[in-house]
Ligand binder design. Structure first.
Ligand code: SF4
Length: 673
């Protein structure tokens, strides 16, 4: 196979090398920088299914008399230009909102955020807002960088893995199979904190089935045991942290048994987990959305960060705090500035010097006022937000309180959806632009451990669909008068010129391997382990922090249960791609509600019964799976399907810092349908 066919899987943040073979119409793994043996999980192996799918959009669509009808590209862009011009002239740039795509390339995302800023708005966000924005906020605040502190390779040196609110065996399968499992085989211990027993739990030495929304009591109690039992790394704490006395005083007053009970776990198991973590020479944390998707998500992660700081598990191989990122380029979307408060390279929009630096490359100064986040933006559709550009995201399925999202999209005056299928969000579009899938584009993506990897075009988009970068370039020129570089490589070079963490990278340097940020200008390599001698913000020390528990925003009353949502191996996020895969639908064609046998018996529910899940926000029906794998009082289902649209039930209470919604704790009533 020619070298030029190497691309990257379009699904999770692992970043597996994958190539499309147009002659055979299939996708196979190549020996990439992460999947070094060419291994793929079922989603990656089935990624060919979306390339030549019969549902692919092949022609622009324009809404006429309430119906979407086929149009030429010229006609579609004429409508977009006219509507944007009018809205911008009447209401200014902050009346538009941009959803960028954490499933698309760095170059495409870079171009769209630059276009927004040329128009004069920072109203730009990506679905990192919905998954790890709280993790990034807490880690950025404490360490100066919100990304994985370590590389997958060095994490294999850990003596203990603490996996909190993540299920890598199903959500990051190649990381689990090729990095975690070999380490476990060599003797690394695994502690799993999760309300459910799932595939990851099967490899665990200790399982702490935490009550959703009660991570802070659990983590504080673990920290209290570490302090109480003399497991603090005194030298590290003295040299690399501040605030120890205050935290020690707070923890010494904690009743560990009571906190364990509040978190819903056995005190002895919690103590054992704390000892295992605290006594290890090298202990590494993997963290996921079970921690981050709460209205106290930032505080959850702040509490988690105390553990490595107390025990000296930062800045060396096999340690750290390692958020497992969701989509294949969710790390990159943030890196290139698709966030309302930062420019490429996480340069603060409110900092005049940073804006001036960026202006030197761009030829114009970006706006100084932070924009709206996703969810905040949607809430203001029909108010100050009059138009939206939705690139490769499906907020009608993924945002919480979906009935309200639907009515907000109906209130929006003008909506462009740029995607490859007629998604649920496209139903609200005034113009639909048919773009390209992974096999039809060139560019780069940045995976979960900060590796920038190249994608190479293997096939042409079908019909009159176009490469995403061509579409975004025309949008930039016609709506913002922005003249943009023509090739992905030239755009990447410009990104490197404005983002210091990418400054030393190049397409040639990446080749068929990867380059990892931070990779400053003049460096010969990226940095695998962060915070070795000082933290990324330049400080020698990071603060320890006292964090108090706050109750979930949606309290459970009477016989209500806690609904917590997540993903399964066979599907990805809104399911816009995986629901169209015949193979994956045969593997898992419908959603189920996992319910504990005691909760089921209380409600006369038997395995396989159709059940109604409802609260004040909505109602859905699914089949019940009666299983002790989910803790009593909690029920679990996914958000991959448009029917049932489970996000009708989730609430939109937002974390005050990161503005992430509380997907992991919704009070619901469950009855036989
Ligand atoms: Fe794709 Fe993730 Fe599976 Fe790798 S592990 S093949 S990146 S979905």
């Amino acid at each position: 196979m020619a070298e030029s066919n190497e691309s990257v899987c379009p699904y999770c943040g692992v970043g597996c090398g994958i190539r499309y073979d147009p002659d055979r119409g299939n996708a196979v793994g190549w020996k990439g920088p992460v999947n070094q043996k060419g291994e793929l999980c079922p989603k990656g192996a089935a990624a060919w299914d979306v390339v030549e799918h019969e549902d692919r959009l092949t022609q622009p669509l324009v809404r006429v008399n309430g119906r979407l009808v086929e149009a030429t590209w010229e006609e579609a862009f004429d409508v977009i230009e006219r509507e944007f011009d009018q809205i911008l002239a009447e209401s200014g740039a902050d009346s538009v909102f941009f959803f960028t795509s954490s499933g698309c390339t760095n170059e495409e995302n870079y171009l769209l955020q630059k276009t927004a800023r040329k128009l004069g708005t920072n109203n730009i966000d990506n679905c990192a807002r919905l998954c790890h924005s709280s993790t990034v906020a807490a880690m950025g605040n404490r360490f100066g960088a919100g990304a994985m502190t370590n590389s997958l390779e060095d994490l294999m040196e850990a003596d203990v893995f603490l996996v909190t609110g993540a299920n890598p065996a199903e959500q990051h399968p190649v990381i689990f199979r090729s990095y975690v499992l070999p380490a476990l085989k060599s003797g690394t211990k695994l502690i799993h904190v999760d309300p459910r027993e799932n595939a990851t739990t099967k490899g665990a030495d200790i399982h702490l089935p935490v009550k959703p929304g009660f991570d802070i009591p659990l983590l504080n109690a673990m920290a209290a045991v570490i302090v109480e039992e003399g497991l603090v790394d005194e030298a590290f704490v003295a040299e690399r942290t501040t605030g120890f006395d205050e935290l020690r005083e707070y923890l010494s007053d904690l009743d560990v048994d009571a906190e364990a009970a509040r978190a819903g776990v056995e005190p002895d198991a919690l103590r054992e987990a704390a000892r295992l973590y605290g006594e290890a020479d090298r202990a590494a944390i993997f963290t996921g959305m079970g921690m981050s998707q709460h209205h106290c998500g930032t505080d959850n992660v702040h509490t988690l960060i105390n553990l490595p700081l107390l025990t000296g598990n930062v800045g060396k191989a096999g340690t750290g705090v390692n958020p497992l990122r969701g989509q294949n380029n969710v790390q990159g979307a943030g890196d290139v500035g698709c966030l309302p408060n930062v420019l490429p390279g996480y340069r603060d929009v409110t900092d005049a010097d940073e804006r001036a630096d960026v202006a030197e490359v761009w030829g114009f100064e970006p706006p100084a006022t932070p924009g709206l986040t996703e969810v905040e933006g949607t809430h203001r559709f029909g108010d100050e937000i009059r138009a939206a550009y939705v690139f490769g995201e499906n907020p009608a399925v993924t945002e919480p309180n979906a009935n309200q999202v639907k009515s907000k999209f109906e209130e929006l005056e003008f909506c462009v959806v740029h995607d490859v299928f007629l998604t649920e969000t496209a139903e609200y579009a005034d113009v639909v632009l048919p773009g390209s899938v992974w096999a039809e584009k060139s560019g780069t993506v940045t995976n979960t451990d900060r590796q920038v990897i190249r994608m190479r075009k293997n096939a042409d988009p079908p019909g009159n669909a176009r490469p995403d970068l061509d579409i975004l370039r025309e949008f930039a020129e016609r709506v913002a008068g922005l003249d943009t570089p023509e090739t992905p490589e030239a755009i990447f070079d410009e990104l490197c010129a404005v983002a210091p963490i990418y400054a030393g990278m190049s397409y040639d340097g990446i080749g068929t391997g990867s380059q990892r940020w931070p990779f400053p200008e003049g460096a010969t390599d990226g940095k695998a382990i962060l915070h070795t001698d000082s933290f990324e913000n330049g400080s020698k020390t990071a603060p320890l922090r006292v964090v108090e528990h706050v109750d979930p925003a949606d309290p459970v009353e009477g016989d209500e249960l806690v609904l917590t949502t997540g993903r399964v191996l066979q599907h990805f996020n809104s399911g816009a791609l995986t629901r169209r895969s015949g193979v994956l639908m045969r593997m898992r064609g419908e959603d189920v509600l996992q319910i504990h046998p005691d909760d089921a018996a209380d409600r006369d529910i038997e395995d396989g019964d159709r059940v109604r899940i409802e609260n004040d926000r909505g109602t859905v029906t699914v089949a019940a799976e009666v299983t002790p794998a989910v803790r009593r009082g909690t029920v679990f289902t996914t958000f991959h399907y448009a029917d049932p649209l489970v996000n009708k039930l989730t609430g939109d209470a937002l974390d005050p810092t990161a503005k992430i919604p509380e997907y992991k704790h919704s009070a619901v009533r469950v009855t036989v349908h």
